[in-house]
Design a protein around this ligand. Structure first.
Ligand SMILES: [Zn+2]
Length: 156
């Protein structure tokens, strides 16, 4: 029995770059065509950090999760993660945060929509018009959605 670690280290750049079109070396990283939108000019910039983490940025505004999904990868694949026990606490924190971003964005969108609903209801009441049973239900739904968003965002 060997005590050597059995996993094969996977370099995120080796995983991502072969799946992209129009890859060119640029500075300390690469540029390529973004797989998540109709990209004529390469607008995806990829930078490899010293610790091997790939930073992916679409100048067209695509989410990192969408870019990864378009080539069959997960956000976690951008981290040199062959053995999570080998991650430093700092890397583990960054990994969790990056994975949380799409859920946070969705929760914030819910908050924006539901606060508009509450504002409209408040305007109607201040104009002296009572809320219909349907409107009242919608206001209650808005409150529930805000509570849900709070859960997602991990607020207390
Ligand atoms: Zn894009």
């Amino acid at each position: 029995m060997s005590a050597a670690r059995s996993f094969v280290p996977i370099n995120p750049a080796d995983l991502l770059l072969p799946r992209l079109d129009g890859v060119r070396k640029a500075g300390r990283g690469w540029i390529a065509r973004c797989p998540a939108h109709q990209d004529r000019s390469p607008s995806l910039s990829i930078t490899e950090r010293e610790d091997g983490v790939l930073l992916v940025h679409c100048h067209g505004g695509c989410e990192v999760a969408d870019v990864c999904a378009a080539v069959g990868l997960k956000v976690g694949d951008l981290f040199p993660r062959t053995d999570t026990r080998s991650l430093t606490p700092q890397q583990r924190r960054e990994f969790r945060q990056t994975a949380m971003i799409p859920r946070c964005r969705a929760a914030l969108n819910v908050l924006a929509t539901e606060s508009t609903v509450l504002l409209l209801a408040a305007d109607q009441l201040s104009d002296g018009h009572p809320l219909s049973p349907n409107d009242l239900t919608r206001v209650r739904v808005a409150a529930l959605r805000v509570f849900d968003a709070k859960e997602v965002l991990g607020a207390r």
